[in-house]
Design a protein around this ligand. Structure first.
Ligand code: DP6
Length: 333
């Protein structure tokens, strides 16, 4: 048996990915920029076992459903084909996220799976190869291979190798993400389905495709000079533009809930009071606020007191992949 374990962290998109330019290759239609987050980690152990007749996926100790297992098996198939490996794998994945944080786990999950599986198969792939493999399973996962501030360009249809690149290491800028965990409410539409439905039915999809690259460029320019207002304003516009686009789909894809709007109002009030803080939301109701480290306590207190917010998680810039207990070499460059 060959085995390897990888740890990857969640990431939050400052400039959002929403929509695919090539569904089969899972290529994003727009560029995205993210921040990898501590302490939100997924730990995944891959064991190749000649006695298995199919890949097995255990999430938090429980057998995963058919569609999740298929998604993981597809990633494993791609890697097996690369190195003529014939054994199936037992995949054991655990999220070390504060309970029900509402933060997507597919990014850290597929980054950790790609990192652990290639190591278990005896390959020492380059980060851009691991990122491209993770991206095919879930585009946001391409970004979690790296720590700090990361960019995933838009994909040109047919480009199977598209990967993320690191813009800056985690120590570049001491910002915080304050996650206002909301009441979950009814089950949401997952991001894969939500963005496909948006692409197919929203009259605002073309407008989103047109607006997103400029917003990502603005986030990138703001990062260059550590300009929180510039990054924050573009980040808010990016998230509200994709939500508006999704809400215009038929039928509508609505992730925002009353608590989301209440938390957005808190962020706006804090800004009026002189705190530099900006909000972003993913395919769910939770608001994630970006601010300087020294303002994190004040932002946390205000969001925690907001109607409908269950609890606060404080996240900081985090590292990329760790494989078998060793931080990947590209984290140290
Ligand atoms: C709103 O990466 O989960 O979080 O590629 O279909 O797996 P798939 O989608 P996924 O989408 C993430 C969407 C988002 C914005 C972002 O993280 O950029």
């Amino acid at each position: 048996m060959s085995t390897a374990t990888a740890v990857a962290r969640a990431n939050i998109a400052l400039a959002k990915y929403w929509g695919k330019s090539d569904v089969a290759l899972n290529l994003p239609a727009v560029p995205s920029i993210s921040l990898t987050l501590d302490p939100l980690t997924t730990e995944t152990k891959v064991t190749l076992d000649a006695t298995l007749e199919r890949d097995l996926l255990l999430l938090g100790g429980k057998a995963a459903g058919e569609s999740e297992t298929r998604r993981a098996a597809k990633l494993l198939d791609g890697l097996r084909a690369r190195c003529a490996e014939t054994r199936f794998a037992r995949v054991e994945s655990v999220n070390h996220f504060p309970t029900a944080s509402g933060l997507a786990s597919s990014a850290s999950g597929f980054a950790a799976l790609a990192g652990a599986a290639q190591a278990a198969m005896g390959m020492a792939l380059r980060p851009e190869e691991i990122s491209a493999i993770a991206r095919q399973a879930s585009a946001s996962a391409a970004r979690s291979v790296y720590g700090g501030f990361v960019e995933l360009p838009a994909g040109v249809p047919g480009d199977g190798d598209l990967a993320a690149t690191r813009l800056y290491p985690p120590g570049y800028w001491d910002v915080r993400i304050v996650v206002a965990v909301a009441n979950e409410g009814p089950k949401e539409t997952g991001s894969t389905d939500g963005m496909e439905h948006t692409r197919n039915t929203s009259p605002y999809y073309d407008a989103w495709l047109h607006a997103a690259p400029a917003l990502a460029a603005d986030v990138k320019r703001g990062l260059e000079t550590r300009d929180l207002a510039r990054v924050g304003e573009a980040m808010e516009q990016s998230t509200l533009a994709f939500h508006a686009c999704a809400m215009a789909a038929a039928p509508a894809v609505v992730y925002l809930q009353p608590v989301t709007l209440a938390a957005l109002a808190t962020v706006k009030r804090l800004r009026r009071d002189g705190v530099s803080v900006y909000a972003t939301m993913d395919a769910g109701p939770h608001v994630k606020a970006l601010c300087a480290a020294e303002d994190a306590a004040r932002v946390s207190t205000a969001l925690e007191a907001t109607d409908g917010v269950l609890r606060i998680i404080l996240a900081s810039p985090g590292e990329g992949l760790t494989i078998d207990g060793v931080s990947a070499w590209w984290n140290r460059e």
